[in-house]
Design a protein around this ligand. Structure first.
Ligand SMILES: Cc1cc2nc3c(=O)[nH]c(=O)nc-3n(C[C@H](O)[C@H](O)[C@H](O)COP(=O)(O)OP(=O)(O)OC[C@H]3O[C@@H](n4cnc5c(N)ncnc54)[C@H](O)[C@@H]3O)c2cc1C
Length: 451
Protein backbone atom coordinates (compact mmCIF):
# COMPACT_ATOMS: atom_id res chain seq x y z
CA UNK A 1 0.00 0.00 0.00
CA UNK A 2 1.47 3.43 -0.91
CA UNK A 3 2.24 5.63 2.09
CA UNK A 4 0.69 8.89 3.20
CA UNK A 5 3.37 11.01 4.87
CA UNK A 6 2.96 14.20 6.90
CA UNK A 7 6.00 16.43 7.54
CA UNK A 8 5.47 19.09 10.22
CA UNK A 9 7.71 22.13 9.57
CA UNK A 10 8.87 23.74 6.31
CA UNK A 11 12.30 24.76 7.63
CA UNK A 12 15.48 23.22 6.24
CA UNK A 13 15.04 19.48 6.78
CA UNK A 14 11.26 19.23 6.14
CA UNK A 15 11.51 20.29 2.47
CA UNK A 16 14.87 18.42 2.14
CA UNK A 17 13.15 15.19 3.18
CA UNK A 18 10.24 15.86 0.81
CA UNK A 19 12.78 16.32 -2.02
CA UNK A 20 14.51 13.02 -1.30
CA UNK A 21 11.27 11.03 -0.90
CA UNK A 22 9.94 12.42 -4.15
CA UNK A 23 13.11 11.76 -6.12
CA UNK A 24 13.38 8.18 -4.83
CA UNK A 25 9.87 7.49 -6.08
CA UNK A 26 9.43 9.14 -9.48
CA UNK A 27 6.46 6.90 -10.39
CA UNK A 28 4.65 7.67 -7.12
CA UNK A 29 4.29 3.98 -6.27
CA UNK A 30 5.68 4.23 -2.75
CA UNK A 31 4.30 7.59 -1.57
CA UNK A 32 0.69 8.40 -2.31
CA UNK A 33 1.01 11.80 -0.68
CA UNK A 34 3.77 13.84 0.98
CA UNK A 35 2.25 16.83 2.79
CA UNK A 36 4.44 19.49 4.43
CA UNK A 37 2.72 21.88 6.84
CA UNK A 38 4.16 25.13 8.17
CA UNK A 39 2.88 27.12 11.13
CA UNK A 40 3.88 30.45 9.59
CA UNK A 41 1.86 31.95 6.71
CA UNK A 42 4.92 31.67 4.42
CA UNK A 43 8.44 30.26 4.44
CA UNK A 44 10.48 31.92 7.18
CA UNK A 45 13.84 33.60 6.66
CA UNK A 46 16.34 34.00 9.52
CA UNK A 47 19.97 34.99 9.33
CA UNK A 48 23.15 33.24 8.24
CA UNK A 49 23.56 29.48 8.65
CA UNK A 50 26.27 27.18 7.42
CA UNK A 51 26.74 23.74 5.96
CA UNK A 52 29.77 21.69 6.89
CA UNK A 53 31.24 18.22 7.00
CA UNK A 54 28.80 15.45 6.07
CA UNK A 55 26.15 18.08 5.20
CA UNK A 56 28.30 19.04 2.18
CA UNK A 57 28.29 15.37 1.08
CA UNK A 58 24.47 15.27 1.34
CA UNK A 59 24.15 18.43 -0.77
CA UNK A 60 26.53 16.93 -3.34
CA UNK A 61 24.51 13.70 -3.46
CA UNK A 62 21.32 15.72 -3.93
CA UNK A 63 22.98 17.45 -6.90
CA UNK A 64 22.56 20.77 -5.08
CA UNK A 65 26.16 21.75 -4.40
CA UNK A 66 26.41 24.01 -7.46
CA UNK A 67 23.03 25.75 -6.83
CA UNK A 68 24.21 26.15 -3.22
CA UNK A 69 27.52 27.70 -4.34
CA UNK A 70 25.58 30.28 -6.36
CA UNK A 71 23.78 31.41 -3.21
CA UNK A 72 26.61 31.36 -0.66
CA UNK A 73 27.42 34.42 1.38
CA UNK A 74 31.06 35.21 0.56
CA UNK A 75 32.14 36.02 4.10
CA UNK A 76 35.92 36.41 4.45
CA UNK A 77 36.26 35.02 7.94
CA UNK A 78 36.07 36.14 11.56
CA UNK A 79 37.65 39.35 12.80
CA UNK A 80 37.89 40.29 16.51
CA UNK A 81 37.75 44.02 17.32
CA UNK A 82 38.48 45.96 20.50
CA UNK A 83 36.53 48.88 22.02
CA UNK A 84 38.31 51.34 19.67
CA UNK A 85 37.22 49.25 16.68
CA UNK A 86 40.78 48.02 15.99
CA UNK A 87 41.02 44.51 14.54
CA UNK A 88 43.36 42.53 16.79
CA UNK A 89 42.86 39.07 15.24
CA UNK A 90 41.61 37.73 11.93
CA UNK A 91 40.81 34.12 11.05
CA UNK A 92 40.12 33.59 7.35
CA UNK A 93 37.83 30.88 6.03
CA UNK A 94 39.63 27.79 4.79
CA UNK A 95 39.04 27.59 1.05
CA UNK A 96 42.31 25.75 0.41
CA UNK A 97 40.51 22.47 -0.31
CA UNK A 98 42.45 20.80 2.54
CA UNK A 99 41.37 20.11 6.11
CA UNK A 100 38.25 21.26 7.92
CA UNK A 101 35.98 24.28 7.45
CA UNK A 102 37.04 27.18 9.67
CA UNK A 103 34.70 29.30 11.88
CA UNK A 104 33.39 30.78 8.63
CA UNK A 105 32.49 27.90 6.36
CA UNK A 106 32.91 27.88 2.58
CA UNK A 107 29.16 27.22 2.52
CA UNK A 108 27.62 30.11 4.48
CA UNK A 109 24.10 30.85 3.29
CA UNK A 110 21.15 32.96 4.40
CA UNK A 111 18.62 30.61 5.97
CA UNK A 112 15.84 31.97 3.74
CA UNK A 113 17.91 31.15 0.64
CA UNK A 114 18.51 27.55 1.73
CA UNK A 115 14.85 27.02 2.68
CA UNK A 116 13.87 28.47 -0.71
CA UNK A 117 16.30 26.11 -2.49
CA UNK A 118 14.88 23.04 -0.74
CA UNK A 119 11.30 24.16 -1.25
CA UNK A 120 11.84 24.60 -4.99
CA UNK A 121 13.51 21.24 -5.48
CA UNK A 122 10.82 19.45 -3.46
CA UNK A 123 8.28 20.84 -5.93
CA UNK A 124 10.38 19.78 -8.92
CA UNK A 125 11.19 23.41 -9.83
CA UNK A 126 14.63 24.56 -10.95
CA UNK A 127 16.87 25.23 -7.93
CA UNK A 128 18.06 28.43 -9.59
CA UNK A 129 15.99 31.57 -9.35
CA UNK A 130 15.52 33.81 -12.36
CA UNK A 131 17.37 37.14 -11.95
CA UNK A 132 14.23 39.17 -11.29
CA UNK A 133 12.54 36.54 -9.13
CA UNK A 134 12.13 37.28 -5.43
CA UNK A 135 12.87 34.48 -2.97
CA UNK A 136 10.14 32.81 -0.95
CA UNK A 137 7.23 34.00 -3.06
CA UNK A 138 5.38 31.29 -4.89
CA UNK A 139 2.00 30.61 -6.31
CA UNK A 140 2.84 26.92 -6.67
CA UNK A 141 2.41 24.93 -3.46
CA UNK A 142 1.70 21.53 -4.96
CA UNK A 143 3.42 19.33 -7.55
CA UNK A 144 3.20 15.58 -8.11
CA UNK A 145 2.65 13.96 -4.74
CA UNK A 146 4.20 16.85 -2.73
CA UNK A 147 1.84 19.43 -1.17
CA UNK A 148 2.48 22.39 1.14
CA UNK A 149 -0.01 23.91 3.54
CA UNK A 150 0.85 27.16 5.36
CA UNK A 151 -0.62 28.82 8.43
CA UNK A 152 -1.57 25.52 9.96
CA UNK A 153 -0.28 23.40 12.79
CA UNK A 154 -1.12 20.18 14.60
CA UNK A 155 -3.26 20.15 17.73
CA UNK A 156 -3.43 16.42 18.41
CA UNK A 157 -1.69 13.20 17.41
CA UNK A 158 -2.97 9.71 18.26
CA UNK A 159 -1.96 6.39 16.79
CA UNK A 160 -2.43 2.63 16.69
CA UNK A 161 -0.09 0.04 15.14
CA UNK A 162 -0.91 0.92 11.54
CA UNK A 163 -2.11 4.55 11.43
CA UNK A 164 -1.48 7.98 12.92
CA UNK A 165 -4.52 10.24 13.26
CA UNK A 166 -3.70 13.93 13.18
CA UNK A 167 -5.96 16.84 14.09
CA UNK A 168 -4.98 20.19 12.54
CA UNK A 169 -5.52 23.73 13.83
CA UNK A 170 -8.02 24.35 11.00
CA UNK A 171 -10.20 21.54 12.35
CA UNK A 172 -9.32 18.90 9.74
CA UNK A 173 -8.61 15.34 10.86
CA UNK A 174 -6.55 13.01 8.67
CA UNK A 175 -4.84 9.64 8.85
CA UNK A 176 -1.21 9.03 7.89
CA UNK A 177 1.17 6.09 7.70
CA UNK A 178 4.08 8.23 8.88
CA UNK A 179 4.38 11.60 10.64
CA UNK A 180 7.71 13.46 10.73
CA UNK A 181 8.23 16.22 13.31
CA UNK A 182 10.64 18.66 11.59
CA UNK A 183 9.40 21.60 13.64
CA UNK A 184 12.64 22.92 15.08
CA UNK A 185 14.26 23.34 18.49
CA UNK A 186 11.02 23.95 20.42
CA UNK A 187 9.18 21.13 18.60
CA UNK A 188 5.56 20.75 19.54
CA UNK A 189 5.59 17.27 17.98
CA UNK A 190 8.31 16.29 20.46
CA UNK A 191 6.18 17.56 23.33
CA UNK A 192 3.15 15.66 22.03
CA UNK A 193 4.79 12.27 21.53
CA UNK A 194 7.66 11.99 24.03
CA UNK A 195 6.80 11.84 27.69
CA UNK A 196 10.18 13.15 28.91
CA UNK A 197 10.22 15.95 26.35
CA UNK A 198 10.61 18.80 28.85
CA UNK A 199 13.91 17.35 30.05
CA UNK A 200 15.26 17.00 26.53
CA UNK A 201 16.15 20.70 26.09
CA UNK A 202 19.50 21.47 27.75
CA UNK A 203 20.13 25.16 27.97
CA UNK A 204 23.65 26.42 27.33
CA UNK A 205 22.74 29.49 29.39
CA UNK A 206 23.19 31.77 26.45
CA UNK A 207 20.54 34.18 25.13
CA UNK A 208 20.87 35.75 21.70
CA UNK A 209 18.95 38.42 19.81
CA UNK A 210 19.21 38.39 15.99
CA UNK A 211 18.28 41.38 13.83
CA UNK A 212 19.38 43.40 10.79
CA UNK A 213 20.52 46.99 10.28
CA UNK A 214 21.27 48.99 7.10
CA UNK A 215 24.84 48.47 5.86
CA UNK A 216 27.49 50.94 6.98
CA UNK A 217 30.92 51.76 5.56
CA UNK A 218 32.41 49.85 8.49
CA UNK A 219 31.00 46.58 7.10
CA UNK A 220 33.82 44.84 5.26
CA UNK A 221 32.46 41.38 4.56
CA UNK A 222 33.67 39.78 7.79
CA UNK A 223 32.01 38.38 10.87
CA UNK A 224 33.13 41.06 13.34
CA UNK A 225 33.23 40.06 16.98
CA UNK A 226 33.41 42.35 20.01
CA UNK A 227 33.66 40.95 23.55
CA UNK A 228 32.64 42.87 26.65
CA UNK A 229 32.82 42.28 30.40
CA UNK A 230 29.67 40.99 32.07
CA UNK A 231 29.69 37.92 29.78
CA UNK A 232 28.43 39.73 26.73
CA UNK A 233 29.35 39.96 23.08
CA UNK A 234 28.03 41.55 19.91
CA UNK A 235 28.88 40.44 16.44
CA UNK A 236 27.91 41.61 12.99
CA UNK A 237 28.00 39.73 9.68
CA UNK A 238 28.23 41.54 6.38
CA UNK A 239 29.47 38.96 3.85
CA UNK A 240 26.76 39.73 1.30
CA UNK A 241 27.27 43.28 0.04
CA UNK A 242 23.71 43.37 -1.38
CA UNK A 243 22.02 42.65 1.94
CA UNK A 244 21.61 44.48 5.25
CA UNK A 245 24.11 43.76 8.00
CA UNK A 246 23.19 41.04 10.47
CA UNK A 247 23.59 41.75 14.18
CA UNK A 248 23.79 39.19 16.99
CA UNK A 249 23.73 40.30 20.63
CA UNK A 250 24.48 37.57 23.16
CA UNK A 251 24.38 37.42 26.93
CA UNK A 252 25.65 34.47 28.94
CA UNK A 253 23.33 34.05 31.92
CA UNK A 254 20.93 31.46 33.24
CA UNK A 255 17.18 31.39 33.73
CA UNK A 256 17.69 31.59 37.51
CA UNK A 257 20.21 34.45 37.53
CA UNK A 258 18.60 36.20 34.55
CA UNK A 259 21.15 39.02 34.24
CA UNK A 260 19.59 42.07 32.55
CA UNK A 261 16.19 40.27 32.37
CA UNK A 262 16.95 38.75 28.95
CA UNK A 263 16.07 35.20 30.02
CA UNK A 264 12.57 36.10 31.21
CA UNK A 265 11.98 38.26 28.13
CA UNK A 266 12.98 35.39 25.80
CA UNK A 267 10.95 32.86 27.81
CA UNK A 268 7.72 34.72 27.09
CA UNK A 269 7.72 33.54 23.50
CA UNK A 270 9.98 33.22 20.52
CA UNK A 271 7.23 33.68 17.98
CA UNK A 272 5.84 36.83 18.84
CA UNK A 273 3.16 39.39 19.28
CA UNK A 274 4.50 42.92 18.83
CA UNK A 275 4.33 43.64 22.58
CA UNK A 276 6.47 40.59 23.34
CA UNK A 277 8.95 41.52 20.59
CA UNK A 278 9.08 45.03 21.99
CA UNK A 279 9.84 43.72 25.52
CA UNK A 280 12.55 41.40 24.18
CA UNK A 281 14.19 44.21 22.23
CA UNK A 282 14.18 46.49 25.24
CA UNK A 283 15.73 43.78 27.45
CA UNK A 284 18.62 43.24 25.00
CA UNK A 285 19.05 46.98 24.38
CA UNK A 286 19.19 47.65 28.14
CA UNK A 287 21.71 44.84 28.59
CA UNK A 288 24.20 46.72 26.35
CA UNK A 289 23.33 50.32 27.30
CA UNK A 290 26.41 50.80 29.49
CA UNK A 291 28.81 49.79 26.70
CA UNK A 292 30.29 52.65 24.70
CA UNK A 293 32.98 50.82 22.70
CA UNK A 294 33.15 49.91 18.99
CA UNK A 295 29.71 50.32 17.33
CA UNK A 296 27.68 49.13 20.31
CA UNK A 297 25.75 52.39 21.02
CA UNK A 298 24.80 52.71 17.34
CA UNK A 299 23.57 49.09 17.19
CA UNK A 300 21.62 49.44 20.45
CA UNK A 301 19.92 52.52 19.06
CA UNK A 302 19.11 50.73 15.80
CA UNK A 303 17.57 47.88 17.80
CA UNK A 304 15.43 50.28 19.84
CA UNK A 305 14.27 52.18 16.76
CA UNK A 306 13.39 49.17 14.60
CA UNK A 307 9.65 48.51 14.14
CA UNK A 308 8.21 45.66 16.22
CA UNK A 309 6.22 44.14 13.39
CA UNK A 310 8.97 44.03 10.77
CA UNK A 311 8.09 40.66 9.29
CA UNK A 312 9.95 38.52 11.77
CA UNK A 313 13.36 40.10 11.24
CA UNK A 314 13.97 40.26 14.97
CA UNK A 315 14.34 36.88 16.64
CA UNK A 316 15.47 36.11 20.19
CA UNK A 317 16.26 32.64 21.48
CA UNK A 318 17.74 30.63 24.32
CA UNK A 319 20.68 28.69 22.90
CA UNK A 320 20.67 25.03 23.86
CA UNK A 321 20.78 21.44 22.72
CA UNK A 322 18.08 18.79 22.42
CA UNK A 323 19.02 15.39 23.82
CA UNK A 324 16.44 12.59 23.47
CA UNK A 325 16.92 8.90 24.24
CA UNK A 326 14.72 8.14 21.25
CA UNK A 327 13.41 9.97 18.24
CA UNK A 328 10.69 7.51 17.34
CA UNK A 329 7.32 6.83 18.90
CA UNK A 330 5.35 4.31 16.87
CA UNK A 331 4.94 5.88 13.44
CA UNK A 332 5.95 9.38 14.53
CA UNK A 333 9.60 10.36 14.14
CA UNK A 334 11.61 13.48 14.99
CA UNK A 335 13.93 15.05 12.43
CA UNK A 336 16.53 17.85 12.67
CA UNK A 337 16.54 20.37 15.52
CA UNK A 338 13.26 18.88 16.81
CA UNK A 339 15.06 15.69 17.83
CA UNK A 340 18.73 16.56 18.20
CA UNK A 341 19.46 20.28 17.93
CA UNK A 342 23.22 20.64 18.55
CA UNK A 343 23.02 24.50 18.97
CA UNK A 344 24.56 27.19 16.74
CA UNK A 345 27.75 26.98 18.84
CA UNK A 346 28.69 23.69 17.17
CA UNK A 347 27.91 25.06 13.68
CA UNK A 348 26.37 21.65 12.97
CA UNK A 349 22.57 22.25 13.19
CA UNK A 350 21.84 22.52 9.49
CA UNK A 351 24.32 19.78 8.61
CA UNK A 352 22.81 17.39 11.11
CA UNK A 353 19.29 18.10 9.91
CA UNK A 354 20.37 17.31 6.31
CA UNK A 355 22.16 14.11 7.34
CA UNK A 356 19.04 13.11 9.31
CA UNK A 357 16.78 13.70 6.30
CA UNK A 358 19.15 11.69 4.08
CA UNK A 359 19.30 8.69 6.43
CA UNK A 360 15.54 8.75 7.04
CA UNK A 361 14.78 8.91 3.31
CA UNK A 362 17.38 6.18 2.66
CA UNK A 363 15.98 3.79 5.25
CA UNK A 364 12.40 4.35 4.06
CA UNK A 365 13.53 3.61 0.50
CA UNK A 366 15.39 0.48 1.62
CA UNK A 367 12.49 -0.97 3.61
CA UNK A 368 9.22 -2.27 2.19
CA UNK A 369 6.11 -0.05 2.59
CA UNK A 370 4.71 -2.16 5.41
CA UNK A 371 8.01 -1.96 7.31
CA UNK A 372 7.83 1.72 8.38
CA UNK A 373 8.65 0.88 12.04
CA UNK A 374 11.75 -1.11 10.95
CA UNK A 375 12.87 1.80 8.73
CA UNK A 376 12.47 4.21 11.66
CA UNK A 377 14.48 1.93 13.94
CA UNK A 378 17.28 1.76 11.32
CA UNK A 379 17.19 5.59 11.01
CA UNK A 380 17.59 5.96 14.75
CA UNK A 381 20.47 3.46 14.93
CA UNK A 382 22.23 4.80 11.83
CA UNK A 383 22.02 8.45 12.84
CA UNK A 384 22.99 8.16 16.53
CA UNK A 385 26.83 8.27 15.97
CA UNK A 386 26.50 11.46 13.84
CA UNK A 387 24.39 13.16 16.50
CA UNK A 388 26.82 12.18 19.25
CA UNK A 389 29.72 13.67 17.30
CA UNK A 390 27.90 16.82 16.15
CA UNK A 391 26.66 17.68 19.64
CA UNK A 392 30.20 17.83 21.06
CA UNK A 393 30.92 21.43 21.97
CA UNK A 394 34.30 23.01 21.15
CA UNK A 395 36.60 22.87 24.23
CA UNK A 396 35.52 25.42 26.86
CA UNK A 397 32.53 26.67 24.83
CA UNK A 398 30.49 28.69 25.35
CA UNK A 399 32.12 29.93 28.61
CA UNK A 400 35.53 30.66 27.16
CA UNK A 401 34.32 33.53 24.96
CA UNK A 402 32.17 35.20 27.64
CA UNK A 403 34.40 36.75 30.29
CA UNK A 404 33.05 38.34 33.48
CA UNK A 405 35.67 40.98 34.35
CA UNK A 406 37.50 43.59 32.27
CA UNK A 407 40.75 41.85 33.22
CA UNK A 408 39.46 38.50 31.88
CA UNK A 409 38.41 40.17 28.63
CA UNK A 410 41.92 41.64 28.29
CA UNK A 411 43.50 38.22 28.90
CA UNK A 412 41.20 36.58 26.34
CA UNK A 413 41.87 39.20 23.67
CA UNK A 414 45.63 38.80 24.23
CA UNK A 415 45.37 35.02 23.77
CA UNK A 416 43.21 35.34 20.65
CA UNK A 417 45.56 37.92 19.18
CA UNK A 418 48.55 35.61 19.84
CA UNK A 419 46.78 32.70 18.20
CA UNK A 420 46.13 34.78 15.10
CA UNK A 421 49.72 36.08 14.93
CA UNK A 422 51.19 32.59 15.23
CA UNK A 423 48.61 31.30 12.75
CA UNK A 424 47.88 28.47 15.19
CA UNK A 425 44.19 28.26 14.35
CA UNK A 426 44.89 28.10 10.60
CA UNK A 427 47.32 25.24 11.17
CA UNK A 428 44.89 23.29 13.36
CA UNK A 429 42.09 23.69 10.81
CA UNK A 430 44.26 22.51 7.89
CA UNK A 431 45.14 19.28 9.70
CA UNK A 432 41.66 18.40 11.01
CA UNK A 433 39.46 16.05 8.96
CA UNK A 434 36.37 17.79 7.57
CA UNK A 435 34.01 14.88 8.21
CA UNK A 436 33.31 15.21 11.93
CA UNK A 437 34.55 12.18 13.85
CA UNK A 438 35.70 10.66 10.54
CA UNK A 439 32.14 9.37 10.03
CA UNK A 440 31.05 8.66 6.47
CA UNK A 441 27.39 8.89 5.52
CA UNK A 442 25.92 5.57 4.36
CA UNK A 443 25.29 4.86 0.68
CA UNK A 444 21.66 4.41 -0.41
CA UNK A 445 21.48 3.43 -4.10
CA UNK A 446 17.70 3.16 -3.49
CA UNK A 447 17.58 6.99 -3.32
CA UNK A 448 18.61 7.15 -7.01
CA UNK A 449 20.84 10.16 -6.40
CA UNK A 450 23.70 9.26 -8.80
CA UNK A 451 26.08 11.85 -7.32
C1 LIG B 1 12.84 31.80 11.86
C2 LIG B 1 14.12 31.06 12.14
C3 LIG B 1 15.34 31.73 12.11
C4 LIG B 1 16.53 31.05 12.37
N1 LIG B 1 17.69 31.76 12.31
C5 LIG B 1 18.86 31.14 12.56
C6 LIG B 1 20.10 31.86 12.51
O1 LIG B 1 20.12 33.05 12.25
N2 LIG B 1 21.25 31.18 12.78
C7 LIG B 1 21.24 29.83 13.06
O2 LIG B 1 22.30 29.24 13.29
N3 LIG B 1 20.10 29.13 13.10
C8 LIG B 1 18.90 29.75 12.87
N4 LIG B 1 17.73 29.03 12.91
C9 LIG B 1 17.79 27.57 13.18
C10 LIG B 1 18.31 26.78 11.96
O3 LIG B 1 17.51 27.03 10.83
C11 LIG B 1 18.26 25.30 12.31
O4 LIG B 1 19.11 25.09 13.44
C12 LIG B 1 18.80 24.32 11.27
O5 LIG B 1 18.78 24.83 9.97
C13 LIG B 1 18.02 23.00 11.33
O6 LIG B 1 16.77 23.16 10.70
P1 LIG B 1 15.42 22.42 11.02
O7 LIG B 1 14.74 22.25 9.70
O8 LIG B 1 15.62 21.22 11.85
O9 LIG B 1 14.60 23.45 11.93
P2 LIG B 1 14.17 24.96 11.65
O10 LIG B 1 15.00 25.58 10.61
O11 LIG B 1 14.06 25.61 12.97
O12 LIG B 1 12.69 24.81 10.99
C14 LIG B 1 11.54 24.41 11.69
C15 LIG B 1 10.32 24.87 10.93
O13 LIG B 1 9.16 24.35 11.56
C16 LIG B 1 8.19 25.37 11.70
N5 LIG B 1 7.35 25.03 12.86
C17 LIG B 1 7.67 25.16 14.17
N6 LIG B 1 6.67 24.69 14.93
C18 LIG B 1 5.70 24.26 14.09
C19 LIG B 1 4.43 23.68 14.28
N7 LIG B 1 3.96 23.44 15.51
N8 LIG B 1 3.68 23.36 13.19
C20 LIG B 1 4.15 23.59 11.93
N9 LIG B 1 5.36 24.16 11.70
C21 LIG B 1 6.13 24.48 12.75
C22 LIG B 1 9.00 26.63 11.89
O14 LIG B 1 8.26 27.80 11.59
C23 LIG B 1 10.14 26.40 10.92
O15 LIG B 1 9.82 26.83 9.62
C24 LIG B 1 16.51 29.66 12.68
C25 LIG B 1 15.30 28.98 12.71
C26 LIG B 1 14.10 29.65 12.44
C27 LIG B 1 12.78 28.88 12.50
Amino acid sequence: MPLKVLIIGAGVCGPALATMLRRADPDMHKYEEITVIERAPKLREGLQIDIRAQGISVMRKMGLLEPLRKRVVPENGVCFVDAQGRAYAEFRKNDSGHGAQAMTSEYEIMRGDLVDLMYRTSLGLSPDRADNEKPLEYSITSSGNVHYRFDVTVTDISQDDSTVTVTFSDGRRERYDLVVGADGQSSRTRRMVLRDSEASFRSLNLFTAYFRVPRSVADRGWMTWHMMPGRRCVHTRSGDSQKPTQVYMSVRTSRSIDAYGVASAVAKSSSASSSIVSAQKEAFAAAFDDQKGWRVPELVEALRNSPDDDGGDFYAAEVGQVHCDRWVSGRVVLLGDAGYCPSPITGMGTTLSLVGAYILAGELARHADEDVPAALKAYEDGLRPFVKEAQKLPPGAPDILFAESAWAVWFLTTMISLMAKLRLYDLIVRFLPEDKGGLKIPEYPELKMDN
